[in-house]
Design a protein around this ligand. Structure first.
Ligand code: ZN
Length: 280
């Protein structure tokens, strides 16, 4: 999540970022440069846990909550903020600016889960994004100067319903799983015992599938993860058409001021053009 610089020089006289929250500590604290120290020297607050984020009162804020990517929503512990909590923290600061602001909130790992064809990761990340969108709409609710837009730059994985089971999707399987396949696979490789599955996947798994999982415990975590993903897709009748990005149109939703400018079929690059017109 980032406040992009306003390119309109008349607004601020200079381009300025006020809030950056997410993962990526290792990209900031590097051998050649420590960008965290540079941010702090320039007046930014710096936080690394949810608790710090909630307590911090700094107007400009850098928050890095993982070395590279954040854990997916379903795998997050108590110290890593949700996308909604980060959105709230950003809005609290940005709303102070009398010239207005632009906030970009990305549910970026919906895409990663799509590449993996991982329905558990995808649903958990969508849930995280949905809560963040609600937080943004809540902010805009009583204002007449704010627009909230939700869209995607593309779809990934081409999620569908597996026709083999008469198109009967079974989300209860997905709901009964408490971690992503990657985390479950890593745990299984620690314990070397398929019984560990019972702590994470609360549906009945056939004996032959348990045997298949067991054989992967001699291989790599990635192999176990792939088998778990296949089993979860199979039991939930989730189908996928690709491991890459797909070509269909994506929806755009707009709430608040000038929302009528975002409807029908649009070129994605027009979204930015219209936003700049609104700012003008
Ligand atoms: Zn992608």
């Amino acid at each position: 999540m980032i406040k992009l610089p306003m390119t309109d020089e008349r607004i601020e006289g200079k381009q300025k970022i006020d809030v950056m929250l997410g993962g990526g500590t290792s990209y900031f604290n590097r051998k050649d440069r420590n960008l965290i120290e540079e941010f702090v020297r320039n007046g930014f607050g710096y936080v690394t846990t949810l608790q710090d984020l909630v307590m911090n009162k700094n107007e400009q804020l850098l928050g890095l909550f993982a070395p590279i990517e954040l854990p997916k929503q379903i795998d997050r512990g108590l110290t890593v903020p949700s996308l909604a909590q980060m959105t709230k923290a950003a809005l609290e600061r940005l709303k102070q600016n009398p010239n207005g602001f632009f906030l970009l909130v990305e549910g970026s790992q919906i895409d990663w889960a799509g590449h993996d064809n991982d329905i558990v990761g995808a649903m958990s990340e969508v849930k995280d994004f949905e809560a963040a969108f609600k937080e943004a709409v809540k902010f805009a609710l009583n204002r007449d100067d704010t627009i909230v837009i939700a869209t995607a730059d593309h779809s990934t994985g081409g999620m569908s319903i597996d026709g083999n089971e008469n198109y009967k999707w079974n989300p209860s399987v997905i709901k009964s799983i408490t971690s992503t396949p990657f985390v479950i696979a890593a745990r299984l490789h620690e314990t070397k015992d398929v019984e560990t599955l019972k702590h994470h996947m609360h549906f009945t798994i056939h004996e032959e599938d348990l045997k298949t999982i067991q054989t992967t415990l001699e291989l790599e975590v990635e192999d176990t993860k792939q088998v778990l993903i296949d089993i979860i897709n199979n039991y939930s009748s989730t189908g996928w058409t690709s491991k890459g990005h797909t070509g269909e149109d994506v929806p755009i939703y707009a709430y608040g001021l000038n929302r009528h400018l975002f409807s029908g079929r649009m070129e994605n690059s027009d979204i930015a053009k219209i936003l700049f017109q609104i700012i003008d």
